[in-house]
Design a protein around this ligand. Structure first.
Ligand code: SAM
Length: 230
């Protein structure tokens, strides 16, 4: 497993993280073990997990400033939180999910691998105590962009960034979300499009927070879903 991780990291331009292969191998075996009793991932084959979970999570790594405080909204089984924490010990990560059970796995891995990760069991739209308190927000596979922005932008400081990790519908989702991003105090500063081999198209949409989010947001989830900002 360790050699496969090193080979795939090299193939995907991440050879610089080869020294962490052992930690990723531990993450893989624990993920499979816990996945037997908890639905953390549908992907279980070694190459699939390495590419679609580990490497995909790491595609965002160079966008995050040194020593940043980061919130991962809807981290599920810990992606991208856990891969980021393994290779970037300078970061202070908060892994948020509304399903507390999934966070027990994230806590278990953070302890086992001595990672600087805190978990938070809550809905992203219901954490006023954390408003405008993070440098960076990342989120993968949680909701369409026009819904996700209202969950994520309120949590970032002015001057901070929100990076949405999107698959093939990224461009279309961004068009749908532009009005809402502006209302929430954001401005799109980059859209990086690339292909993660046979895992398909990927988009990293980076939104900078330029003004504070108006107090009316985030609204309760029912309202966000019924009338997405546009
Ligand atoms: N980010 C992980 C990944 O890429 O593997 C998990 C993705 S999973 C498809 C979506 C996760 O988002 C679920 O674990 C769900 O509980 C969480 N989620 C959805 N809406 C949420 C909200 N409003 N606040 C917090 N978590 C939420």
């Amino acid at each position: 497993m360790i050699q496969l991780i090193k080979d795939l990291f090299e193939r995907y331009g991440m050879a610089r993280y080869a020294d962490h292969a052992e930690a990723f191998a531990t993450l893989y075996s624990e993920l499979l073990l816990v996945n037997e009793s908890m639905n953390l991932t549908a992907i279980t084959d070694p190459e699939g997990v390495i590419v679609r979970h580990f490497i995909d999570s790491l595609t965002v790594v160079d966008k995050i400033p040194q020593n940043a405080t980061v919130i991962d909204v809807g981290c599920g089984g810990g992606f991208p939180t856990l891969p980021l924490a393994i290779v970037r010990p300078d970061l202070t990560l908060t892994a948020l999910d509304s399903t507390a059970k999934k966070l027990t796995f994230v806590d278990r891995m953070a302890k086992k691998l001595s990672l600087r990760v805190t978990t938070l069991a809550a809905r992203a739209e219901e954490i006023p105590a954390y408003r405008e308190s993070f440098d960076v927000c990342v989120s993968r596979a949680v909701a369409r962009m026009h819904l996700l922005t209202e969950l994520c932008l309120p949590q970032i400081k002015v001057g901070g960034i929100f990076i949405a990790m999107k698959a093939q519908s990224g461009e279309e989702e961004l068009r749908e979300a532009l009005g809402g991003i502006e209302k929430l105090g954001g401005r799109v500063v980059a859209t990086d499009a690339f292909t993660l081999a046979d895992a398909g198209e990927r988009y990293l949409i980076t939104v900078e927070k330029i003004t504070p989010t108006p107090a009316a947001y985030p609204r309760p989830w029912g309202k966000i879903k019924k009338k997405p900002l546009s």
